[in-house]
Design a binder for this molecule. Structure first.
Ligand SMILES: *[C@@H]1O[C@H](CO)[C@@H](O)[C@H](O)[C@H]1NC(C)=O
Ligand SMILES: *[C@@H]1O[C@H](CO)[C@@H](O)[C@H](O)[C@H]1NC(C)=O
Ligand SMILES: *[C@@H]1O[C@H](CO)[C@@H](O)[C@H](O)[C@H]1NC(C)=O
Ligand SMILES: *[C@@H]1O[C@H](CO)[C@@H](O)[C@H](O)[C@H]1NC(C)=O
Ligand SMILES: *[C@@H]1O[C@H](CO)[C@@H](O)[C@H](O)[C@H]1NC(C)=O
Ligand SMILES: *[C@@H]1O[C@H](CO)[C@@H](O)[C@H](O)[C@H]1NC(C)=O
Length: 343
């Protein structure tokens, strides 16, 4: 990878890509000041051994979303970027998760992507990188910003949920959320921007029921409270409500407009508009979608680099749902794609 002769062409390509990105996607002011990338990751990691990687992911997901737009929030959630505890495998706390069917479907989609990529490039791209790209495209293909994803992650040898299990819960207030996210070096702007991931997706009654019964949260809009009570006979009802009641399937800034109107679904959402530290940020995002998109992209780039493995650490999984040591049967790539074509 890192031979001396490769360095000048790759610098040239990087410049060329930057110019193309500047010309086609971003205003000049938006392309500045991306967060730093951690050692071992790079913007062009698969340039030589899987140059079509990003095209494969985007084209496949475009087709997936045509059939089921509901997969977009699931794929964003897989990246750990939705501010919810329990999006990691956490079967004991099912009721605190968004629509439980989202995650298995999203994992299936990641597995299909992995097979498509492996068919073209061999086993060189990690599941962690595929997941990060899928999260970005879930945002972009539903109306959100396009942004670069640093690549070169390796897959872990275990399923360690310690990192994601420290994410704030939907019941937390802003003080708790800022403290938990602050420990991971996210500031108030990052926290408010990442919460904007609730611009789509649905959540189960257990995540918001306590805001409407037995005692109604004073910060919730009366009509919304009535509607939520109608949807949910009790906290364990399997019914769901939209996280963003204005545009539930679009990645836009209407989530912040919801908050201004006391129509946030979770305590962790609505309290962002109550707390004086985050209220002005909510207002600025509600007024300026471009600003939200810019801050969201930067927070996602930071988020996607939390405790990553690089270099010789970990492995490149041959199936995303199991570690290589656990996969006893080594099926061929052709067989795997055949299996996938059946569902
Ligand atoms: C959960 O999401 C899936 C996929 O979008 C959808 O088909 C299903 O109806 C949802 N379930 C509920 C209870 O809303
Ligand atoms: C999981 O990750 C945490 C924090 O990165 C680490 O302290 C812990 O040892 C890991 N556990 C396993 C089983 O790898
Ligand atoms: C998040 O989930 C973990 C694992 O189930 C749990 O120990 C922790 O208390 C939860 N944190 C919050 C804030 O709910
Ligand atoms: C936020 O929640 C914590 C933990 O439940 C609580 O101790 C604290 O008083 C709350 N802060 C505010 C401002 O409501
Ligand atoms: C919740 O409501 C459903 C539907 O009315 C009912 O079947 C169920 O028994 C209730 N569960 C609890 C714990 O009250
Ligand atoms: C919205 O935010 C963008 C990005 O920061 C900024 O360039 C633009 O001037 C803002 N627009 C308004 C109307 O304030």
């Amino acid at each position: 990878m890192a031979s001396a002769s490769a360095s000048s062409p790759s610098l040239y390509s990087l410049l060329l890509i930057s110019l193309l990105i500047l010309a086609s996607h971003f205003h000049a002011s938006e392309a500045q000041a991306r967060p730093p990338i951690v050692k071992g990751l790079s913007w062009t990691f698969y340039q030589s051994n899987c140059p079509n990687l990003e095209t494969i992911v985007r084209n496949h997901l475009r087709n997936v979303f045509k059939v089921d737009i509901g997969q977009a929030p699931g794929l964003l959630g897989c990246d750990g970027s939705v501010l919810l505890n329990g999006t990691a495998s956490n079967p004991g706390e099912k009721e605190t998760r968004p629509n439980q069917t989202l995650r298995p479907e999203a994992l299936k989609t990641i597995e299909v992507l992995r097979a498509l990529i492996q068919q073209q490039c061999g086993r060189v791209v990690s599941c962690a990188d595929i997941t990060a790209l899928a999260a970005r495209d879930a945002v972009f293909l539903t109306g959100g910003p396009d942004f670069p994803v640093p690549l070169g992650r390796r897959d872990s040898l275990t399923f360690n949920v310690t990192e994601t299990s420290n994410l704030p819960s939907p019941f937390s207030n802003t003080t708790v959320v800022l403290r938990q996210m602050g420990a991971k070096k996210f500031d108030a702007t990052d926290v408010v921007a990442l919460s904007g991931g609730h611009t789509f997706g649905r959540a189960h009654c257990g995540t918001f029921f306590r805001r409407v019964s037995p005692v109604q949260d004073p910060t919730i809009d009366q009509t919304l409270a009535n509607n939520l009570r109608a949807i949910c006979p009790n906290a364990s009802s399997p019914n769901t409500a939209d996280l963003d009641l204005r545009t539930p399937n679009l990645f836009d800034n209407k989530y912040y407009v919801d908050l201004l109107n006391r129509q946030g679904l979770f305590t962790s959402d609505q309290d962002l508009f109550t707390d004086p530290r985050t209220k002005p940020i909510v207002q600025s995002f509600a007024l300026n979608q471009t600003l939200f998109f810019e801050k969201f992209a930067n927070a996602m780039i930071k988020m996607s680099q939390l405790s990553v493995l690089t270099g010789n650490q970990g492995e490149i999984r041959s199936k995303c749902s199991v570690t290589n040591s656990k996969s006893l049967i080594t099926s061929t790539v052709v067989e795997e794609v055949g299996e996938i074509a059946q569902f």
